[in-house]
Design a protein. Structure first.
Length: 172
C-alpha cells in the first residue's frame, strides 16, 4: 500500500535516542533525524538484487535502490524492521535478523534522507516476489554491471544507494 503520510515515526537525536514521535510527512518536511534499514540481497554467485522504486513513491520514484529498504516503525528495533521489510517488499521470510549479516551503520545526512541507517546483507538463492506497490521492477546485477550502469546512468539511482554501495564495498 502507498506510504501513509500520518504514519508515526520515532524522531531521534544525534545519538539515535528516541526523543518524540511525529507523523511521517512532518518528519520528512522538517528533515528530522529518524531511522531506516537497508538490506543488500546477494545470490550465491555474488550477484546483487536491485529494486526500482515504484512511480508512486514520495521520494526518488522510479530510481534504482537497495534490494530492500524501509523506515523503522515507531517503537520498532532495526533488526525487527529488517525482518519485516524484507518480507513485505521481497516476499523473503526469515525467522530472525540472525540470518542477516550486519554490514555497517551510518549517521543521518542528506544522502540518507536524514536517517540513521543500519545496512544488512543476505545471501539468498530462493524466490523473490516483490511488492508492486513498492517496487516497479527488480533484477539481478553482477557487481561489475551495476558499477557500469551506475556510471552511465548516475541519476537513475537513489542518492542513498550511492552512499550505501560505496560504504558496503569498503566494509567487505
Amino acid at each position: 500500500m502507498p506510504s501513509n503520510p500520518d504514519e508515526p515515526f520515532d524522531v531521534v537525536n544525534q545519538h539515535d535516542d528516541v526523543i518524540m514521535q511525529l507523523p511521517r510527512h512532518e518528519v520528512h518536511r522538517r528533515r528530522l533525524f529518524h531511522r531506516a534499514v537497508h538490506i543488500l540481497v546477494y545470490n550465491s554467485k555474488g550477484d546483487i538484487y536491485m529494486q526500482r522504486r515504484s512511480p508512486t513513491k514520495d521520494t526518488y520514484p522510479n530510481r534504482w535502490t537497495t534490494s530492500c529498504s524501509g523506515h523503522v516503525d515507531a517503537g520498532e528495533t532495526y533488526d525487527t524492521a529488517a525482518v519485516r521489510e524484507i518480507s513485505e517488499e521481497l516476499g523473503i521470510c526469515i525467522d530472525s535478523a540472525d540470518t542477516l549479516d550486519d554490514v555497517f551503520t551510518h549517521s543521518p545526512c542528506r544522502a540518507t534522507g536524514y536517517e540513521f541507517i543500519h545496512v544488512y546483507r543476505l545471501v539468498w538463492d530462493g524466490e523473490i516476489t516483490f511488492d508492486p506497490e513498492e517496487i516497479s521492477e527488480g533484477r539481478w546485477f553482477t557487481p561489475q554491471d551495476l558499477e557500469a550502469d551506475m556510471s552511465a546512468h548516475h541519476d537513475d539511482y537513489a542518492p542513498s544507494f550511492h552512499l550505501v554501495w560505496e560504504l558496503a564495498k569498503e566494509a567487505s
